[in-house]
Design a protein around this ligand. Structure first.
Ligand code: SAH
Length: 444
């Protein structure tokens, strides 16, 4: 029987001081003080310029923002902070510098964010590689504390939903990441693949996306942002397409038909698979000129559940001629999974991939990248307290050398069952973006 979902609206988390990057809070503060909202840009520019100059957030004096109406500065400083969250721990990969950040929010809740460093080098120089488009960092952000959707194979779902992040708290994850990287303009890609279902916290997520692309704040390119969703709210998916048509979309599909999808992802009851794909089509058509946008379809492979040749054929038929690229994620087991899922063998994964490829579906698998990362990505806040085998968290990383990965994999398999799916998902988006970019370049 599918688990029963908790109510969609969790208890509101109150914050004081409020995050300066939180547009709704700053807007209502200014209007409440009879000031024009045009001052928001001035305030953010002041803060971001100081951050760029390496001034620590705690040393940035909000009362000194130039050009504010008389008396507003002290009130601003009394009500807002540049950072309302604290970086508790950082774990850096010994392989490539991938970093996992454990962040404590003002009310003590913990979320994590991951910075994946991509060197721009080919993983296997002997094969065609699409992931050569320069060195870059991608940040994977959390949008909720826990998650209410209870996808059967997901550890975050076992936490339930503890709260929604504010837009300002989501943006602060980028500030922490950049500070930790020691470079105010580093990390220019953001994926919403951390804890939570982004579209269940729509207002904050869309406001955070606007903050990330706002030239007065972080100035990222819209195409460098990806929102991943199971599609639990068709209305919010439509809203996302209308309001933020230029960002990238990833859909967590996980099954080739509605019945199996509902079993694995109880929230799928909210949207028939054909309606989900119609939204994907709609999104794809919003590409520039005649070029369709590509949507990433994530598919977690569970042994003897959704990994057979028949499932692969069914998936191929479902996705035929769709503007998608399938990201196969072999299941990462975690302590406390009551359904007893297992990871399929590499041969099963290869066979699944092959069937899709034979049907001309673009597909890739991220097995090795995930394997070397011993981080409980997306789950650290919970698991770090539950398990003593902490040492392996240090090995959070993405290797680009297959041999290294293989050696590391066998060692990790013996010592740990930490879950790397968050990094894996984020890394996949990176590769997809690179692939799309590469195709575009080759086409010219
Ligand atoms: N809620 C959103 C954002 C999370 S993204 C979504 O589902 O799209 C995290 C990705 O990792 C999702 O595709 C999720 O289904 C997948 N995932 C979760 N648990 C996993 C596990 N144990 N093994 C492999 N992938 C997993």
């Amino acid at each position: 029987m599918a688990p029963i979902l908790a109510p969609a609206v969790p208890r509101r988390r109150e914050l004081h001081p409020k995050p300066i990057f939180d547009e709704p809070s700053l807007r209502s503060f200014l209007t409440g003080h009879g000031a024009k909202t045009v001052h928001m840009g001035r305030i953010w520019r002041h803060v971001c310029t100081q951050l760029r100059c390496g001034v620590p957030p705690t040393a940035i004096e909000l009362q000194e923002v130039p050009g504010l109406p008389q008396g507003l500065g002290p009130a601003l400083a009394a009500n807002f902070a540049v950072l309302t969250s604290t970086l508790l721990q950082t774990h850096v990969s010994e392989l490539d510098g991938t970093m996992k950040l454990l962040i404590q929010l003002q009310d003590g809740s913990e979320v994590e964010a991951v910075v994946i460093h991509h060197t721009g080098e080919a993983e296997d120089p002997g094969q065609r590689q699409a992931d050569r488009c320069g060195e870059r960092d991608t940040l994977c952000v959390s949008s909720q504390v826990g998650c209410r959707l209870k996808c059967r194979f997901c550890a975050t779902g076992t936490m339930g939903l503890l709260g929604n992040l504010w837009a300002g708290e989501i943006q602060e994850q980028l500030v922490h990441a950049r500070m930790r990287k020691g470079h105010a303009d580093s990390v220019c890609n953001v994926v919403f693949m951390g804890m939570g279902e982004p579209l269940e916290n729509y207002e904050a997520v869309s406001s955070a996306v606007k903050g990330f692309v706002d030239p007065m704040r972080f100035g990222l390119a819209p195409s460098s942002l990806t929102v991943s969703t199971v599609g639990s709210s068709p209305q919010n998916m439509q809203r996302l397409l209308e309001e933020l048509p230029k960002i990238r979309l990833a859909v967590s599909l996980h099954a080739p038909n509605q019945t199996l999808r509902e079993e694995l992802v109880p929230a799928a009851k909210a949207i028939p698979i054909d309606k989900l794909l119609a939204i994907v089509d709609d999104y794809a058509k919003r590409g520039e000129g005649k070029r369709l946008r590509t949507v990433m379809m994530s598919y977690v492979l569970l042994k003897d559940v959704n990994d057979s040749v028949l499932h692969a054929r069914e998936l191929s038929e479902l996705l035929a001629n769709k503007p998608v690229i399938v990201n196969l994620i072999p299941y990462n087991p975690f302590e406390g999974n009551v359904y007893g899922y297992e990871e399929p063998s590499p041969q099963t994964v290869d066979r699944f991939l092959q069937v899709l490829a034979e049907h001309n579906i673009r597909v890739f698998e991220r097995r090795h990248h995930g394997r070397d990362i011993a981080a409980a990505c997306g789950q650290l806040a919970k698991i770090s307290k539950a398990s003593p085998s902490h040492a392996d968290i240090e090995n959070c990383g993405v290797a680009l050398n297959k041999e290294l990965v293989r050696r590391k994999s066998s060692r990790l398999r013996e010592t740990s069952n930490w879950q790397p799916w968050l990094v894996l998902g984020a890394f996949s988006v990176l590769v997809v973006s690179a692939a799309v970019y590469h195709r575009g370049r080759s086409a010219r």
